[in-house]
Design a protein around this ligand. Structure first.
Ligand code: DAH
Length: 377
């Protein structure tokens, strides 16, 4: 048995007829085929064990006279079928492309989509603005967990268990764990000072924006609020650096070049000496304006942050040599700064998730603040 029709030595005309028939059949199938059928056809005719391929293999079995003619004819058939398949394939592919171009057409005359609806929350915007200013000064951003150990939140910051400052913090305590340890929801961002000083070597220059928690709720206090902490530790850092850094920050953040800034002595267990920083404002005519007023007699002050030189006890608690290193720290409330800068009257509205409030006080998502192009555009 062979592919040439079962005859070891078929008559010439029979072999040629067979081939003509085969060619006609294949060509008409090609004309009918879609892309998938075309590929099947190619495999079944020209593939490794396709009809034509098998016939080529079987040529040796023909009589020497037939062999030449059949070989030539077979080549013509093979070429013709291959070309027909390629041509049909090109036509089908072009048609498919045209169809998908027609389907996917972009209608440039359509009106633009509605204005973007998402807004950046003023808290996020304020954090971004503050971080942009401090990063310009060479600070990097550090973060810490909301659930803190008592050691990081209090003890290492020079607030031992019996210290009265603990009472001021209205702390949320978690249930004691199996070792009797009671974790806390951090009451300030200051524990990240501790985490950083324990794990990193000076020089340190970080700001820490983040959430903080105190059991306190009224028009000016929320149980969850935000702070940004700053810490600088180096060999020759002094009060002049602290003042320069914070004056510069206040003027950049409130965008008032000659903003009056004053340092008032204060007390924090983790700094010595400590100060509170006030900025000049005016309450003329019932409103509030940050900065110098036209009529300078109406000058008033607003407290905005706490700061001081890091207490050597705190450095020691973190294993830093306090005879070699010193530095300064500061902390401020994000909500209060945002309210002052953007004239937001009620703290509670920050967390109401009221879309009307957000579209009024929020920021466009593409207006990413940076010092070079202006913090707010
Ligand atoms: N942690 C203080 C608070 O929550 C704020 C503060 C004051 C942070 C002075 C500091 C600082 O780093 O030096 O009230």
């Amino acid at each position: 048995m062979n592919v040439w029709g079962g005859r070891a030595n078929p008559g010439r005309s029979f072999a040629m007829e067979n081939l003509d028939q085969l060619q006609d059949d294949l060509l008409s199938q090609v004309e009918e085929a879609d892309l998938a059928a075309l590929e099947e056809l190619r495999v079944s005719a020209l593939g490794k064990s396709g009809t034509i391929t098998e016939m080529v293999k079987g040529i040796g079995q023909l009589s020497p006279e037939d062999r030449r003619e059949a070989g030539q004819k077979l080549n013509t058939v093979k070429k013709g079928v291959a070309e027909a398949i390629d041509a049909r394939k090109a036509v089908l592919e072009a048609a498919a492309l045209d169809a998908s171009l027609a389907d996917d057409r972009v209608d440039l005359t359509l009106p633009v989509r509605p204005e973007s609806q998402g807004r950046i929350h003023p808290i996020s915007q304020t954090i971004d603005e503050m971080v942009a200013i401090f990063c310009e000064m060479g600070f990097t951003v550090a973060e810490g967990p909301h659930i803190e150990s008592d050691f990081n939140n209090f003890t290492a910051l020079n607030i031992p268990p019996e210290h009265p400052a603990r009472q001021d913090h209205d702390t949320f305590y978690l249930p004691a764990d199996e070792n009797g340890e009671r974790k806390v929801l951090r009451t300030h961002t200051s524990p990240v000072q501790i985490r950083t000083m324990i794990t990193e070597k000076p020089p340190i220059r970080i700001v820490v924006p983040g959430r903080t928690f105190r059991a306190d709720h009224d028009a000016t206090h929320s149980p969850m609020f935000h702070q940004i902490e700053g810490l600088v530790i180096d060999e020759e850092t002094h009060m002049g650096h602290l003042k320069g850094c914070l004056i510069e920050f206040c003027r950049a953040f409130f965008d008032v070049d000659d903003l009056p800034v004053r340092f008032r002595p204060s007390y924090f267990p983790f700094t010595e000496p400590s100060a509170e920083v006030d900025i000049g404002c005016s309450r003329e005519g019932g409103g509030l304006t940050i900065g110098r007023s036209e009529n300078s007699s109406a000058e008033d002050w607003l407290e905005i942050l706490g700061c001081g030189m890091v207490n050597p006890h705190v450095l020691k608690n973190c294993g830093i040599d306090s005879t070699k290193y010193q530095g300064f720290a500061f902390g401020l409330g994000i909500e209060r700064a945002a309210m002052l800068k953007y004239g937001i009257p009620d703290l509670r509205t920050f967390y109401d998730s009221d879309i009307r409030w957000l579209s009024h006080y929020g920021f466009d998502r593409l207006e990413v603040p940076n010092v070079a192009e202006g913090l707010v555009r």
